[in-house]
Design a protein around this ligand. Structure first.
Ligand SMILES: Cc1cc2nc3c(=O)[nH]c(=O)nc-3n(C[C@H](O)[C@H](O)[C@H](O)COP(=O)(O)OP(=O)(O)OC[C@H]3O[C@@H](n4cnc5c(N)ncnc54)[C@H](O)[C@@H]3O)c2cc1C
Length: 419
């Protein structure tokens, strides 16, 4: 079969790899000049490794992508970096039962209660009964109001903003269940890993066409057309967010379009700081900002996870945010965005300005699906109302939170589905 795939993120690349391996003739169309999608990376001349535009790592139980790395003989580093939370201007390491037990902001009873509830969620294999309740309803009642208000509510509000109260407990369960103390990272960065998968696809005869933004998908008598320049395909897989799919495919019935458009999501902005010195001197890699007035929700010091020597000894720090597409941060210049973040950053180092070698800003309109209660009822399927046009995107990842591991799983599943 002649199969077209739109998007060379990890879903499109994996689907393309498997379908080509199975004897099909695959062409992947990608609007960017490189593969990787949201896990895309970049490299300064001085660096040996690439760096993700948006912070990325794997959990050690991300079996789909780790298995793929093994299959490609791609080296992966596993380490145990420190995760902490910033509460009332203080950094608290909170990444193990012991560190939770030592957390001084809660009574011993509250700490034990929180550990008990989180432990129950971790061992609970059944997410389905949890999806009819919101995290905001369940957590204060089960963990205790104070634990919720200090630790979990700020995280939900910072991540989901106006949607925070709607997020399903199944989403929270998945986050707690999947977390592993050690994390994994592909040697050379995610771009390098995506590049090696892309090369493998090409080596077995698949085509990847970069710098092409598909603008229309039309079903014709002879097959599916993506524009006269590209020929006709037997099947097309779309890996873009649902609203993009609706725009590309005007022939989709109105009720189906409405269903897809009812699935909401947030965009993301990261500011990457290249610093002369380490910012978080306690070696924290991931710092959750438990302060709803902060201009960013996470501070991720990548070089407290991967060695700074791969980046010319620069210390690389992400300031991350998930925001609705109409948030004013999307229209700020890079300079003004940094200006908005600097006063908060100075809490960590009053002289940070002198430390900055460079700043890179990345913005994307769709990065995090909103998972409300009973999401399983609204999950779009691979088949669409138009025969031979298929959808495989982040909004179908459930109950797990989206990630490259699930993009690989999705790619494998759609390949098996249409074979
Ligand atoms: C801030 C942030 C942090 C994250 N952290 C992690 C993490 O730590 N670990 C992890 O595993 N995952 C993480 N993720 C999630 C992960 O990046 C995504 O789940 C995954 O990359 C999704 O892959 P995908 O192929 O489904 O979609 P995408 O990566 O979105 O791929 C879609 C592709 O389609 C292309 N495209 C769009 N429109 C067109 C068009 N019209 N024509 C042609 N091409 C088009 C895009 O350029 C893109 O390459 C994070 C994401 C963000 C934003």
């Amino acid at each position: 079969m002649k199969i077209a795939i739109i998007g060379a993120g990890f879903t499109g690349l994996t689907a393309g790899y498997r379908l080509q391996q199975n004897g099909n003739s695959v062409t992947i169309f990608e609007k960017s000049k490189i593969p990787g999608g949201l896990a895309i990376g970049y490299k300064k001349n001085e660096w040996d490794w690439t760096l993700e535009s948006y912070y990325h790592h794997w959990f050690t139980n991300d079996k789909h992508i780790l298995q793929l790395a093994k299959e490609l003989e791609y080296p992966v580093i596993i380490k145990r970096p420190k995760t902490s939370s910033y509460i009332d201007n203080t950094i608290f390491q909170l990444d193990s039962p012991l560190t939770f037990l030592q957390f001084p902001k809660l009574s011993l009873f509250a700490r034990l209660r929180m550990l008990f509830v989180l432990g129950l969620l971790r061992i609970d294999p059944f997410w389905k009964p949890l999806e009819s309740v919101t995290a905001a309803e369940f957590l204060p009642k089960s963990l205790g109001k104070k634990s919720y208000e200090i630790l979990w509510e700020p995280l939900l509000v910072n991540k989901f903003g106006e949607f925070a109260k709607k997020i399903s407990l199944a989403w929270f369960w998945a986050r707690i269940k999947k977390r592993t103390p050690s994390l994994a990272y592909p040697v050379g960065g995610f771009l390098s890993f995506a590049g090696s998968l892309a090369k493998k696809i090409e080596k077995i005869g698949g085509k990847i066409i970069y710098n092409v933004q598909i603008e229309k998908i039309i079903s014709t008598q002879n097959g599916i057309s993506l524009g006269s320049a590209y020929g006709i395909f037997d099947k097309v897989i779309v890996t873009l967010p649902s609203f993009n799919f609706v725009n590309l495919c005007p022939d989709l019935p109105e009720t189906y379009q409405k269903k897809l458009l009812s699935l909401q999501g947030l965009g993301a902005i990261t500011v990457v700081l290249r610093l002369k010195n380490k910012l978080l001197k306690d070696n924290t890699y991931w710092l959750n900002i438990c302060d709803t007035h902060a201009p960013f929700l996470a501070l991720v010091e990548h070089t407290n996870f991967m060695d700074a020597k791969h980046y010319n000894n620069e210390h690389l720090v992400y300031l991350g945010n998930y925001l609705p597409q109409n948030h004013n941060f999307f229209s700020l210049s890079d300079k003004d965005l940094l200006k908005a973040f600097l006063p908060y950053l100075e809490k960590f180092n009053p002289n940070i300005k002198k430390d900055i070698i460079g700043v890179d800003v990345f913005k994307t309109p769709f990065a995090q699906p909103i998972i409300p209660i009973n999401y399983s009822k609204n999950l779009p399927s691979f088949s669409t109302p138009i025969p031979n046009i298929y959808l495989a995107n982040m909004q179908q990842v459930y109950p797990w939170d989206r990630g490259t591991n699930y993009a690989v799983e999705l790619g494998e599943k759609i390949a098996a589905f249409i074979q």
